[in-house]
Design a protein around this ligand. Sequence first.
Ligand code: ADP
Length: 310
Amino acid sequence: MIEVRQLTKSYGPTIAVNNVSFDAHAGEVLGFLGPNGAGKTTTMRILTCYLAADAGSAAVAGYDVFEESVEVRKSIGYLPESAPLYTDMGVIEYLNFMTQVRGIPKSQRKERTRAVIELCGLEDVIQKDIGELSKGYRQRVGLAQSLIHDPPIMILDEPTSGLDPSQIIEIRNLIKDIGQEKLVLFSTHILPEVSATCSRILIINDGKIVANGTPEELAGQAKGEEIVHIAIRGPQAEIETKLDALEFVSQWAHVETDDGIDGYRVTATQGSHAAEALFHVVVDNRWSLTELRQESVDLEDVFLNLTVRE
Ligand code: ADP
């Protein structure tokens, strides 16, 4: 649904977006993660036709962002970092107004307004002026207006910036809900944001995509290894000889488990599907397995490794 190829954009001597390529598909919540100044906003502004690139191409919902901007804009809901809201308008008045701006047929306007009020949890504030609302509610109104024409693709620039922790959780949950039906691409400079919300992460730094994958894949790639915790009831010496002999196991350490069963922390090569392979070893040897889990890897290390400036 989004296809970006070798996109490049400079502001004078600053290369804001440098040869960026990626794809995004329906059903994904894609996190665009990078430190401030990495090029997230610039990329999003190009995808939403607010800015022209110097080179490269981008297609959104099959339409070229340079040649078919009207079609692109119909296909996306865009929430810029500081959402432009009319603070002296009432919530319902504003949403009604946006149905007209977006060219929604008169017969559908009421229904679309009702639908976004429900989706964004605005029922309690519909009688208020936007200016009276908390930042969290304002952001929900911003989301509601970007959803009002029911676009298949949502592009959200730092949607939780400036919100307090409980508002952040509300907006994250809302993004997840929206992501059930639409492709969502949202940017953030905060790592927990993407691990909590996304099915895939693009890490951008200094205008370049430096990583692209699921949270698990990225963590694995950076470490270059898989770590599995396993506890086996069986003959200890035999188990340990077997662990030594397994090609995909680079090292292992015996760990005490609470119930006295032999536990091991096994380090294996990346991509070896070590947990599954170890399961089969245990079954083939007729030992019994009392614990098997893959150690969760620290995405924070990955992010810092990839984005720290030289
Ligand atoms: P992010 O959204 O990741 O914080 P931006 O896309 O806003 O990054 O910025 C990328 C780079 O481009 C930064 O170095 C920023 O200073 C520069 N930049 C962004 N907008 C402009 C502009 N209008 N004029 C000049 N430089 C800009």
